[in-house]
Design a binder for this molecule. Structure first.
Ligand SMILES: [Zn+2]
Ligand SMILES: [Zn+2]
Length: 162
Protein backbone atom coordinates (compact mmCIF):
# COMPACT_ATOMS: atom_id res chain seq x y z
CA UNK A 1 0.00 0.00 0.00
CA UNK A 2 1.31 3.47 -0.85
CA UNK A 3 1.76 6.00 1.94
CA UNK A 4 -1.00 8.26 0.67
CA UNK A 5 -3.40 5.35 0.46
CA UNK A 6 -2.45 4.32 3.99
CA UNK A 7 -3.16 7.82 5.29
CA UNK A 8 -6.48 7.84 3.46
CA UNK A 9 -7.53 4.61 5.18
CA UNK A 10 -6.28 5.92 8.53
CA UNK A 11 -8.59 8.91 8.06
CA UNK A 12 -11.55 6.72 7.21
CA UNK A 13 -11.05 4.39 10.17
CA UNK A 14 -10.41 7.14 12.70
CA UNK A 15 -13.54 8.90 11.48
CA UNK A 16 -15.36 5.62 12.09
CA UNK A 17 -13.93 5.44 15.62
CA UNK A 18 -15.30 8.93 16.27
CA UNK A 19 -18.68 7.93 14.88
CA UNK A 20 -18.92 4.74 16.93
CA UNK A 21 -17.93 6.64 20.10
CA UNK A 22 -21.22 8.52 19.78
CA UNK A 23 -23.05 5.26 20.57
CA UNK A 24 -21.58 5.23 24.08
CA UNK A 25 -24.04 5.76 26.92
CA UNK A 26 -21.36 7.16 29.20
CA UNK A 27 -22.26 10.57 30.54
CA UNK A 28 -18.62 11.53 31.24
CA UNK A 29 -16.60 10.49 28.20
CA UNK A 30 -17.54 8.72 24.98
CA UNK A 31 -14.73 6.64 23.46
CA UNK A 32 -14.74 4.63 20.24
CA UNK A 33 -12.36 1.95 18.93
CA UNK A 34 -11.99 0.26 15.55
CA UNK A 35 -9.74 -2.71 14.79
CA UNK A 36 -8.68 -3.31 11.21
CA UNK A 37 -6.73 -5.88 9.25
CA UNK A 38 -5.25 -4.43 6.06
CA UNK A 39 -8.11 -2.34 4.72
CA UNK A 40 -10.98 -4.14 6.46
CA UNK A 41 -12.71 -3.47 9.75
CA UNK A 42 -12.68 -6.64 11.89
CA UNK A 43 -14.10 -5.27 15.14
CA UNK A 44 -15.50 -2.16 16.80
CA UNK A 45 -16.27 -1.08 20.35
CA UNK A 46 -17.26 1.81 22.55
CA UNK A 47 -17.01 2.26 26.29
CA UNK A 48 -19.77 1.05 28.54
CA UNK A 49 -21.05 -1.78 30.74
CA UNK A 50 -21.17 -5.26 29.13
CA UNK A 51 -24.01 -5.51 26.63
CA UNK A 52 -27.18 -6.80 28.22
CA UNK A 53 -26.48 -5.12 31.58
CA UNK A 54 -26.71 -1.35 32.12
CA UNK A 55 -26.76 1.82 30.06
CA UNK A 56 -25.37 4.47 32.37
CA UNK A 57 -27.31 7.39 30.90
CA UNK A 58 -30.60 5.46 30.98
CA UNK A 59 -30.23 3.69 34.33
CA UNK A 60 -28.75 6.57 36.33
CA UNK A 61 -29.89 9.68 34.44
CA UNK A 62 -29.59 12.00 37.42
CA UNK A 63 -26.85 10.84 39.76
CA UNK A 64 -24.67 9.03 37.21
CA UNK A 65 -23.46 5.44 37.51
CA UNK A 66 -21.67 4.10 40.61
CA UNK A 67 -17.98 4.98 40.53
CA UNK A 68 -15.09 2.64 41.26
CA UNK A 69 -12.25 3.49 43.66
CA UNK A 70 -10.34 4.97 40.71
CA UNK A 71 -13.22 7.29 39.91
CA UNK A 72 -14.31 5.59 36.69
CA UNK A 73 -17.59 3.86 35.94
CA UNK A 74 -17.56 0.69 38.04
CA UNK A 75 -19.39 -1.32 35.36
CA UNK A 76 -17.85 -0.10 32.14
CA UNK A 77 -15.50 -1.86 29.80
CA UNK A 78 -13.29 0.46 27.81
CA UNK A 79 -13.82 0.81 24.07
CA UNK A 80 -10.65 -1.14 23.29
CA UNK A 81 -11.70 -3.93 25.67
CA UNK A 82 -15.11 -4.21 24.03
CA UNK A 83 -13.54 -4.34 20.57
CA UNK A 84 -11.03 -7.03 21.59
CA UNK A 85 -13.63 -9.12 23.44
CA UNK A 86 -15.99 -9.01 20.46
CA UNK A 87 -13.20 -10.28 18.21
CA UNK A 88 -12.38 -13.17 20.55
CA UNK A 89 -16.02 -14.14 20.94
CA UNK A 90 -16.25 -14.34 17.16
CA UNK A 91 -12.98 -16.16 16.52
CA UNK A 92 -11.41 -13.20 14.77
CA UNK A 93 -7.62 -13.39 14.82
CA UNK A 94 -6.20 -10.02 15.89
CA UNK A 95 -2.60 -10.80 14.98
CA UNK A 96 -1.06 -7.98 12.98
CA UNK A 97 -4.07 -5.70 13.20
CA UNK A 98 -4.32 -1.94 13.75
CA UNK A 99 -6.35 -0.29 16.50
CA UNK A 100 -7.87 3.18 16.08
CA UNK A 101 -9.09 4.77 19.27
CA UNK A 102 -10.37 8.24 20.07
CA UNK A 103 -8.56 8.22 23.45
CA UNK A 104 -5.10 6.77 24.08
CA UNK A 105 -5.23 3.38 25.84
CA UNK A 106 -4.96 3.08 29.62
CA UNK A 107 -2.48 0.60 31.08
CA UNK A 108 -5.08 -2.19 31.41
CA UNK A 109 -6.07 -1.84 27.76
CA UNK A 110 -2.42 -1.60 26.69
CA UNK A 111 -1.72 -5.03 28.19
CA UNK A 112 -4.70 -6.50 26.38
CA UNK A 113 -3.73 -4.80 23.11
CA UNK A 114 -0.22 -6.22 23.27
CA UNK A 115 -1.40 -9.69 24.27
CA UNK A 116 -3.99 -9.87 21.52
CA UNK A 117 -1.44 -9.33 18.74
CA UNK A 118 -2.41 -5.82 17.67
CA UNK A 119 0.71 -4.26 16.16
CA UNK A 120 -0.19 -0.63 15.58
CA UNK A 121 -2.21 1.87 17.62
CA UNK A 122 -3.48 5.25 16.45
CA UNK A 123 -5.19 7.55 18.92
CA UNK A 124 -6.62 11.07 18.88
CA UNK A 125 -6.67 12.42 22.44
CA UNK A 126 -4.44 11.77 25.44
CA UNK A 127 -5.86 9.66 28.28
CA UNK A 128 -3.54 11.46 30.74
CA UNK A 129 -4.99 14.81 29.74
CA UNK A 130 -8.53 13.54 30.26
CA UNK A 131 -7.64 11.98 33.62
CA UNK A 132 -5.44 14.91 34.61
CA UNK A 133 -2.49 12.65 35.39
CA UNK A 134 1.18 13.10 34.50
CA UNK A 135 2.08 9.99 32.56
CA UNK A 136 0.77 7.94 29.66
CA UNK A 137 1.20 4.52 31.26
CA UNK A 138 -0.56 2.75 28.41
CA UNK A 139 1.48 4.35 25.63
CA UNK A 140 4.73 3.73 27.54
CA UNK A 141 3.84 0.06 27.92
CA UNK A 142 3.03 -0.31 24.22
CA UNK A 143 6.22 1.46 23.12
CA UNK A 144 8.31 -0.67 25.46
CA UNK A 145 7.12 -3.76 23.61
CA UNK A 146 7.57 -2.27 20.15
CA UNK A 147 3.97 -1.61 19.25
CA UNK A 148 3.80 1.23 16.72
CA UNK A 149 1.99 4.10 18.45
CA UNK A 150 0.98 7.39 16.84
CA UNK A 151 -1.13 10.38 17.69
CA UNK A 152 -3.44 11.04 14.79
CA UNK A 153 -5.45 14.10 13.80
CA UNK A 154 -8.51 13.87 11.65
CA UNK A 155 -8.27 15.74 8.39
CA UNK A 156 -11.05 18.37 8.47
CA UNK A 157 -12.21 17.60 4.96
CA UNK A 158 -13.06 14.03 5.89
CA UNK A 159 -13.70 14.71 9.59
CA UNK A 160 -16.50 17.14 8.95
CA UNK A 161 -18.03 15.28 6.07
CA UNK A 162 -21.54 14.69 7.44
ZN1 LIG B 1 -21.06 4.46 33.72
ZN1 LIG C 1 -8.57 1.37 28.85
Amino acid sequence: MTDSKKIEFDQIFMKLAVDISKKSHCIKKKVGAIITKDTRVVSTGYNGPPSGTYNCDRDWPNEGCPKSLHGGCSYALHAEQNAIIFAYKNNIDLFNTTLYTTLSPCLYCARLIFSSGIKRVLFMDYYSKYKDIQIEEGLSFLKEFKIVVNKFCLNEEIGSNK
